[in-house]
Design a protein around this ligand. Structure first.
Ligand code: NAD
Length: 355
C-alpha cells in the first residue's frame, strides 16, 4: 500500500526531519508541499522532488488533491485548523507538538478525530528513542522497583543570543501560548506521562530571562502522578545542551536509571544503571540512531505509516491525539499554577555576597 502524504509547513524542522523521512520511505509518496510562504512551498517541492505545492491547505483541498496523510509542521496556532482540514478530507494526521495552544481545543480535536475514526498522532517522537524504550522496558519488568521520583530536563541553547538565532514565532504570544515550556517542556512531559501514567497536580515557575522575551525562556515544573511518583521538569532554549538535550533520571525503590539524549555523546544516546552509592553499574547498549537527531521523527513516521497502511492497532508507542490532549491538560494546569507563591520570611542572617 502506498500512502500519499501532504507536508504542511516546510520550515526548519520539516526540511530537517519530515521531508527526508517521508521521501525516503518506500511506502510513502509525498504528493504536495503546503506553506503560507509560497517561495518556501515552491523551493521545498523542488528540493525534495515533490510534484505540487500550494500556499494553503484550503487551496489544496479545493484542488481535490487525493491524499491519505497530512503531516503538520507549522506554528502551534495553525495546528487546530490544519487537523480539522485533514479530518474533513478523510486523512490521517501527524501533527507536530504541542497539539494546540489550549486544553479545551486539544480535547475537542481528540474527540473529533475519534468521531471520524481517524489515525492521528502528535510529534512526541522521543518515545522512539532506543534508550527511552529500554528504560520503559526496565520499568515494566521491575528492574527499578517502585518508581519514586522522575527528574526530566530538555534544554539547549537554540535561542541563546550568542548562537545568533533570534527569537521567532515560538516566543510570540500570537502563535505560541508558552515559550520553552511548549517548545521543549511538552516533549519531556510526554515522556513522563508515557513512563508513569497520568499526572494529577502540577506547580510551575516560568521565567523570562532575555530583555525582549514575552514568553518563558526557562520553565520549571513539579509534578504529582496518579501512580504515586513525583517529578521535576526543567526546560529552556537558553541553557547549555546538545540536541535534543534531554535527560531523564528515574529513581525507583531499587535504584536509579538515567537516559541522556544528546548529539555530543557518541551515538547520540546513553542509558545507564546506577548503584545506590552513585557509581555506574552498567551502561546499557541500545540500538544505534541511524539518522542522527532526525532518527526519532523517522521512527515515529515509520510507525504511523505502518498503522495507517495496515489499519492495525496503534500499539503502545505511537503518541495518540488523546494522550497528547492529556499532555495539554497538564500544560494548561501548569500555566495557571504559576500564580500561587508562598512568601518566605526574611532570613535571620546575612548570606555572604559573591566577591
Ligand atoms: N519534534 C521536534 O523535535 C521538533 C523540532 C522542531 C520543531 N518542532 C515543531 O514543528 C513545528 C514547526 O517548527 P519549525 O521549527 O519548523 O518552525 P519554522 O518557523 O521553521 O517553520 C514553520 C513553517 O510553517 C509555515 N507556516 C506558517 N503559517 C502557516 C499556515 N497557516 N499554513 C501553512 N504553513 C504555515 C511557515 O511559513 C514556515 O515555513 C512546530 O510545531 C514545532 O513545535 C518539533
Amino acid at each position: 500500500v502506498i500512502i500519499r502524504a501532504v507536508m504542511l509547513g516546510v520550515g526548519e524542522w520539516a526540511r530537517k526531519a519530515h521531508l527526508p523521512a517521508l521521501t525516503a520511505h518506500p511506502q510513502v509518496q509525498v504528493v504536495a508541499c503546503v506553506d503560507a510562504d509560497s517561495d518556501r512551498a515552491r523551493s521545498a517541492a523542488a528540493d525534495f522532488a515533490v510534484p505540487a505545492w500550494y500556499d494553503s491547505l484550503d487551496a489544496l483541498l479545493a484542488d481535490r488533491v487525493e491524499a491519505d496523510l497530512l503531516v503538520i509542521a507549522a506554528p502551534d496556532d495553525v495546528h487546530p485548523a490544519a487537523i480539522r482540514g485533514a479530518l474533513s478530507a478523510g486523512m490521517a494526521v501527524f501533527c507536530e507538538k504541542p497539539l494546540a495552544n489550549d486544553a479545551p481545543t486539544a480535547i475537542a480535536l481528540s474527540e473529533e478525530a475519534r468521531a471520524v475514526g481517524a489515525v492521528a498522532s502528535v510529534g512526541y517522537s522521543f518515545r522512539y528513542s532506543p534508550a527511552v524504550q529500554a528504560l520503559r522496558a526496565d520499568l515494566a519488568s521491575g528492574v527499578l522497583g517502585e518508581p519514586w521520583l522522575i527528574e526530566v530536563a530538555e534544554h539547549n541553547a537554540q535561542f541563546h543570543p550568542l548562537m545568533g538565532k533570534p527569537l521567532n514565532w515560538k516566543a510570540d504570544p500570537e502563535h505560541a501560548r508558552a515559550g520553552a515550556l511548549f517548545e521543549y517542556g511538552s516533549h519531556v512531559l510526554d515522556l513522563c506521562l508515557w513512563l508513569l501514567g497520568p499526572a494529577t497536580s502540577v506547580s510551575a515557575h516560568l521565567v523570562k530571562v532575555l530583555p525582549q522575551s514575552r514568553l518563558d525562556d526557562i520553565a520549571t515544573l513539579q509534578l504529582q502522578f496518579a501512580g504515586g511518583a513525583v517529578g521535576t521538569l526543567v526546560s529552556s532554549w537558553l541553557l547549555t545542551g546538545g540536541f535534543p538535550g534531554i535527560t531523564i533520571r528515574l529513581h525507583g525503590s531499587r535504584g536509579l536509571c538515567q537516559v541522556e539524549l544528546n548529539d555530543t555523546i557518541p551515538g547520540g544516546e546513553r542509558y545507564s544503571h546506577y548503584e545506590l552509592d552513585g557509581s555506574v553499574r552498567e551502561v546499557v547498549t541500545t540500538a544505534p540512531l541511524l539518522h542522527g537527531p532526525s532518527s526519532y521523527a523517522r521512527l515515529h513516521l515509520d510507525d504511523l505509516v505502518r498503522v495507517v497502511s495496515k489499519r492495525t492497532d496503534p500499539g503502545d508507542v505511537l503518541p495518540t491525539i488523546a494522550q497528547a490532549a492529556h499532555t495539554q491538560q497538564v500544560l494548561e494546569a501548569a500555566l495557571s499554577a504559576t500564580r500561587s507563591w508562598v512568601q518566605i520570611p526574611a532570613p535571620l542572617t546575612v548570606f555572604p555576597s559573591v566577591p
